[in-house]
Design a protein. Sequence first.
Lengths: 538, 521
Amino acid sequence: MKKYDAIVIGAGHNGLTNAAYLAKAGLNVAVLERNAYIGGATVSRELHKGWTYTNCSYVCSLLRPEIARDLELPRHGLQVVPYGGGVTFKRDGGYYGNYYDHNRQYREMARHSKRDANAYERYTADVMKQTRLIRPFLLKRPPDPTSLKLRDLRDLTEFAGSFMEMGEEGLADTLKFWTKSVGDFLDEYFETDVIKAHLGGTGVIGTALGVYSPGTAYVLLHHYMGDVDGNVGSWGFARGGMGAVSGALAKSLLGYGGEIICDADVDQIVVKGGKVTGVALKNGDEIHADVVVSNLDPKRTFLDVMDAKDLPADVVRKAQNFKIRGSSGKLNIALDGLPTFNGLDKSSPLMLGDMHFSDSLQRLERAYDDWKDGTWSKDPYVDMLIPTQTDPTMAPPGKHMMTVFVQYAPPKIRGGEWTAEDKAGFEKSVIDQIAAQSPDFKDLILHCETRTPKEIEAEVGLTEGNIFQGELTFDQLLFNRPFPGYAQYRGPVGGMYMCGSGTHPGGGVMAAPGANAAREILNDLRQPNIVPGGYADD
Amino acid sequence: MTDNYDAVMVGAGHNGLICATYLAKAGKKVLVLEANATPGGCAATREFAPGYSVSSCAQWLNQLHPAISRDLALEQHGLQWAAQNLPSISLDEQGKHLSLLGNKVEGANVSAEDRAAFVAFHAKTEKYARLLVKAFEARAPKLVESNLTDRLTLIKLGLGLKMMGRDDMSDLMRIILINMYDVMEESFDSAQLKGLLSLDSLLGSRMGPRTPNTVFGYLYRRVGETLGNNGQALVKGGMGALGEAMAASARAAGVEIRLQSPVASIDVEADRAVGVTLAGGEQITAPLVVSNADPVTTFQHLVGFARMETGMARRVSHIRCKSGTAKLHLALSGLPQFTGLDDAQHGARLLVAPDMNYIERAYNAVKYDEYSSAPALDISIPTLHDATLAPAGGHVLSAIVQFAPYAPEGGWEAHRETFMQLVIERIAAFAPGIREQIISSQLLTPADLESDYRMSGGHWHHGELSLDQIMMMRPFPGATQYGTAFDGLYLCGAGAHPGGGVMGLAGRNAAREIIKRGAAA
C-alpha cells in the first residue's frame, strides 16, 4: 500500500495549486480526482464535436498573478487574452456599451447621462480604493479575532492598521461599502437604469441575494479584485478555455514531482486516534498519508467524506448550517455563425465582451424574487460571452461558442427535484431573452448544453451547484469562512486541512485558498515557507 | 428678537424633551420649539373620529430606558400605565394561535423541542442585547481619531465580547451581520414562531426577513426587554400622555416649551450655529442649537445644503430613511371577535405574520414602490385597557402595517382607499365580523407620517437601522457624536446613535455630550 506525505482530494484549481506548492516544497503529493478529467469547475470540454465548451467558470481575471508567476503557469501553457467591452441591451432597442478606452467610455455614458459620465470617475476611484485595501489580504490567512495567540494578534493589528490609515471618513466609507447593497451603492452615483443594471449584475453573480440585499456591494468588489497583466479590474479569456488554467497548474504540479490520480472517488477520510491516516476510496482501496487536504466544499468535506464520529459536534452543526445555495445555471451553446444583435455592428468591440439583457436594477431584483419563490427566473440576469471571437481555437472556422451564465436558478423547484419540463422552461427563458435582441440567434443554434444547479452539483461536486463553494456573505467571510474557529485552513482533526473556495478568500478562479492552505501546512510541518504572500499595490 | 437662552431645541419629540430636561438640570436655560400643537413628537394621541382617540404614531412602549424614566420622574409627572407585560400572539386563520412572552412560547403548533430551543435562543440573544445596551448608553466611539473616552468604551465593549466566551462571541460576530431568515431556519421548526420573531426584527423598517441586518433589528428590539420592559406596555391616555409627562418634567426643570412654533431655519454664521428663525419670521439667538429633527430635515431643510461642503451634502442626501410602514386606525362600535381568542387575549399584541415567506412576499412589493397585497400586521386594541380612548362600548383598533411604499406610482391618493380596504380585509380574515363594527377608519401612509410628524421618509427611526447607518456611522461620519460640522449645532434625535423606538438614549447621550463639551470649552 502506497503512502504519501500528503493527499489532496479533488483536482479543482485550488487542489492543484495546493498540491503544486506542497510538491514544490519537496513533499510527496497525490491529487485524487473523482472524474476522469481534472479541473473541477475550471474545465474545457468537448461536449459537441469540434467545439470546446468552457462549461463552468468562463472568464479569467481573479487568478492571483503572484501564483501564476510563481508556478510558472505561462510556461506551462496558460495564456490570458484580455478583453475590453461589454454591453447591456435595452428593452426599447437601444443599448449601453462598456468600452475599454476611457474617452470612448465617457462619451458612451454621456450619451445616456452627462451626470453619470461625470460620476463614473468618482465611482471608479472609490471602487479601486476598496480593491486596493483588500487585495493584500487575499494571500494571507485571516486572523482569528477570538484568539490570543501572538500570530493572530499581530495579523489582526496589521489588518486593523491598514483600515485605520484610511481615516475616519475613509473607514466609514469602507464599512458602508462592505455592508451596503449594490443597488443602494450604485444609486449614490448614477441615475440611469441601464448603467446601474450593467454595473450591478456583478454584485449578484453566483450569489443567492438580490441587488437590493445588503452585502452585495462586496460581491461586486470580489469580482473587481482581479487583474490581467497588471491591469487591475480587467478581465480575460484563457486561450483554449478555462481548462487551460487547470492544465497549466497540473503541468506545474507534475513538474515538481506530484501525482494526479483520476477516477479515484474518495469514500472517506480515515481518522485514527484523532489524526488522519489517509483516505479510503469507493473501490475499496486505501491510500495512506499524514496530511489530507480537502478541496471539496465544507458540506461535502464534513458531512460526506468525514464521519460524524470523528468530528466535534459543533463542526457537524456548523457544516449543516453552512450556506451554500445554488443560485445560478449555465447554457453552453454551439453556434453555426456569429449572431447579430440589435443596433450593434458585428465588428463592434462591444461584441467581444460580456453581454446582458437586464436593463434595470428592478428587473434584476425581480429575477431574485423568483428564486426566493423557489423557481428559476422568468426574466433572468444573464452574463453572456462569445469567446470564439477572441480565441478561434474553441470552435471550427467560422463557427462560434457561446457561454451563458444565468442568474437565478434554484437547486430545487419549490422543494422538489428539477423535472425535464422545468429544465426546458429554464432553457427557454434564457434563449427567448437573447433571441428578443438577436433575430438570427435561434436559427444558429447547433447544440445547447443546459446546466441547472443539479447538473453542476452532479458533475463538479459543488453542493447545490454553488459556484463559490459557499455564499460570500459576512457570516462566511474572512475569519468566519467556512465557519468560526476553523477559518485558518486547518480542520478539527490532526493532519486534516481545507483548501477550497469554501475557505478565505473565497471563490472565483483565484487559487488563493489553495496557496494559503499550503502555507499553513508547511508551517505545521516546520518546513520553510515557499508560498508567496500578497503584494501591495502601487 | 429674543436672546437670553443658552440653548434652543428644534422639536419637542421625546428625545428633544429628554435632552432639554437634562440640559436644564445642568443649569442651562432651554427653549423648546415645537411645530405641532402637542408635545411628544411620535409619542402622540390624536382624535381620529369623534370621541375616538389613538396613539397615532408610536403604539407600544417597550424600550424606554428606566434610568431616564426615573431621572425625569415621569410617573410623578403623570405617566400611568394602562397595561404592562402583554404577550405577543401570532394569529392563525384557523384559530391555532401562538403566544409569546419572555422566553415562554405557547401554542398548538409548537413542539417541545422548539419550546426548549427558544429558551436557549432567548438567553443567548439576551446576552447579545446586554452588550448592545452598553454600546447604546455611551456615545458611539470613533475608531480612528479616538480619544480616552472612546477608547474606554471600546475596551468595555471588547471585554464584554470576550467575557461571553469564545463560542458566543464568534456566534454573535457571525449572526449580527446576517438575516433573520437564516438564523430562524437554523434554530426552529415552527413556521409561526419564525414568522413572529422575524416580524419583530423588521417592524418600522423597509427590510424583509431575508434582508441582512434584520438580526441586528431583532437584537435592537430585545434591548427593551433587557432594560426590564418585559412584554409590551400601553400608556394610559395613549402615547400622547407620555409626551405630556415628559413636557411636564421638562417644564418643572425650567425648560420653556413653545408649541405651534415651527422652525423655518437653523441660522449659521461662519460655520457656527447662532440661533433659529421661526416660520413666522421671529429670530431667536442662542449659542447652542440642538436639533431633534431627523438629519435630512436638519441639514437639508433647516441649515440648507448651500451652507455646507458638497461631501457633507452628499452624505446627508444618501441617508436611507424611506419607510415601509403605515398605520391603520379603526373606530369600532364594539369589541371585534378574533377567531379562537378569549376575551382577555384580545388585549394582547396581535400579529399577522403566519410565516417568514409571507412577510418576505409582503416586503417584495415595497421594493418596487408597490404596497403589499397581503401585509404583515401588528395590532392592538388599546381600549380594552384604557376606556378613555373611546365612547362607552366603543373600541379602537390600531395596526402597524408592513409594507406600504413611501411614494407609490401615481401618488397615494390614487391608492389610499384600495390599500386601506385591503388591510381591513386582512384583519377581517381573523376577525370575521369586524367590517360591520367599523364606524370610521384612517390610514396613515409613510408620506402622512412624514408630514404629520416631520420625519423625512416617514421613518420612525429617522433612518434605517442597518449596519451602514449605525454606531460610528450614524447618521454619517462627521456627525456621529451628536456634534456636527457647525459649532454649537447638535443632534439629539432618533437619527443619531443609537436610534429611535422611544428609548430616549439619543436624547440623554446628546445632553451628556453637550454638557461635557461645554465644560471643556
